[in-house]
Design a protein around this ligand. Structure first.
Ligand SMILES: [Zn+2]
Length: 452
């Protein structure tokens, strides 16, 4: 019986995600950290204590666990804004999120960034996982998205405002925004999420963000003063450039950024996270899943904008982060994470290496975790995937559960028993009679379904 708690992974092909080409290497892991990486067989048996466990990884790629920069762990695969924002209740939403976290980890995603959600569910799930209560990825989480009246997350009529259960929190004045930042930090968020676009921008490309310059400066400044990073939902150029000017740490979406606005982002070296998978799924499968045609068209235009923008972003050398927007019905937990890597290659034209780095080291760097996750180097945490084949030849293999032979988090192999699907309970469902309207053809009197 050994008590030195060491693991060796030998003879594998190492994809360390530092940018170094694939090479054969042996890894020695002690407790939760990588102790040493060496050429195969170069360390003689006599040099060191025998390991508790040795894995022969011949034919396998040894790479860091994926980091999905855009997972909303509290959304519970909701089908509508109402299902995310209104239904379920805090107790249920928290338990549901802990259960969903396991699916994310099983897919080989060992860390996530949760840019906003309902209540403080992200914090509770993060703490419960770190406390050893549940299996799940490492979580870097925001609280509710801070928005102003008519901001992106201010979905409901003003007579309702945003209920306390909503993903967004409506702050009508700068004083309210600052209080909300302090309150969220007190409640242990890792970062602040702003909902920066205005609804006016959805119909008028020249409109600006929902916040004033003064508000952006104050809110981002307060978060930084309290030691927290700030991210923003910003699809449109005026929001993106204003947020960058005021010191935002990274931008989610940045779907429409013309060439003349690229310089300010590049000079500030702010990372952008396109988030294509969710939109792509709606375009590809929305007609089978009851998405409205108008919404499918909106997503098509979004993808077109992202492709145009990010080919330029990639060429300019602006850091690209990879995230999926998992947490909605069209992007369920644990199923689509590595799809984003494929889309970065197929739509944006990134090299497989750069696309995989987008979903590992780039995400770690954006949140300041790059000293312990995001690449495999000695001294870093042993969050490791063993993958059958070479993802640099075909990045799609990372979406194939069977080819991810093992997932290690902190040097411990994750037990990946199948997670059953569960029925959605009545109290977490929105009320809808149908997804389409029943019509009758005037001539034949035959009923048919048409969009609402
Ligand atoms: Zn999101």
């Amino acid at each position: 019986m050994h008590t030195n708690n060491t693991l060796e992974i030998i003879n594998g092909q190492l994809l360390d995600c530092t940018g170094t080409p694939l090479r054969h290497a042996d890894l020695r892991i002690k407790h939760d950290r990588i102790e040493a990486i060496s050429a195969p067989g170069s360390r003689q048996n006599g040099d060191r204590e025998p390991a508790n466990r040795t894995i022969d990884a011949a034919g396998l790629t040894v790479m860091p666990g994926l980091i999905d920069a855009h997972v909303h762990i509290s959304y519970g695969e909701g089908r509508t804004a109402e299902e995310v924002d209104v239904y379920g209740g805090p107790e249920w939403v928290a338990l549901r999120a802990a259960w969903n976290a396991k699916k994310v980890l099983h897919a080989g995603v060992t860390s996530i960034i949760d840019p906003g959600g309902t209540y403080f569910v992200g914090c509770a799930v993060r703490d419960a996982i770190n406390n050893g209560m549940f299996a799940g990825p490492r979580i870097f989480t925001a609280g509710r998205h801070i928005t102003a009246d008519g901001g992106f997350a201010d979905y409901f009529p003003s007579i309702l405002g945003l209920p306390a259960s909503a993903e967004g929190v409506l702050c009508s004045t700068k004083a309210d925004m600052l209080s909300e930042v302090r309150r969220q930090v007190k409640n242990r968020v890792d970062c602040i999420k702003l909902s920066g676009d205005s609804q006016a921008q959805e119909t008028n490309g020249t409109a600006g963000p929902c916040f004033t310059d003064d508000e952006m400066c104050a809110v981002i400044g307060m978060a930084h003063q309290l030691g927290k990073k700030v991210t923003v939902h910003a699809r449109y150029a005026k929001t993106i450039t204003a947020m960058v000017k005021h010191g935002i740490d990274w931008v989610l979406h940045a779907s429409h950024l013309p060439a003349e606005d690229m310089g300010i982002v590049r000079d500030a070296n702010v990372a952008l996270c396109p988030t294509m998978t969710f939109a792509h799924n709606i375009v590809e499968f929305g007609h089978e899943c009851g998405s409205e045609p108008g919404h499918i068209n909106f997503r098509k235009r979004e993808i077109e904008g992202i492709v145009e923008t990010y080919r330029r972003v990639y060429e300019a050398g602006i850091p690209i982060m990879a995230g999926t927007e998992s947490g909605f019905s069209m992007c369920p937990y644990g199923e689509w994470h590595a799809k984003e890597i494929e889309l970065l290659v197929s739509l944006i034209g990134m090299s497989p290496m750069a696309a995989i780095q987008a979903m590992t080291i780039n995400n770690a760097r954006a949140i300041g975790w790059n000293d312990h996750v995001g690449s495999l180097e000695s001294g870093k945490v042993a969050d490791i995937l063993l993958v059958e084949g070479n993802p640099l030849d075909d990045v799609r293999i990372l979406q194939d559960r069977a080819r991810i032979r093992a997932v290690f988090k902190g040097g411990v192999e994750v037990l990946r028993e199948p997670v059953a699907t569960r029925p959605r309970l009545g109290h977490e469902r929105g009320f809808a009679v149908s997804t389409h309207r029943l019509r009758r053809d005037a001539e034949t009197l035959r009923p048919y379904a048409s969009p609402m």
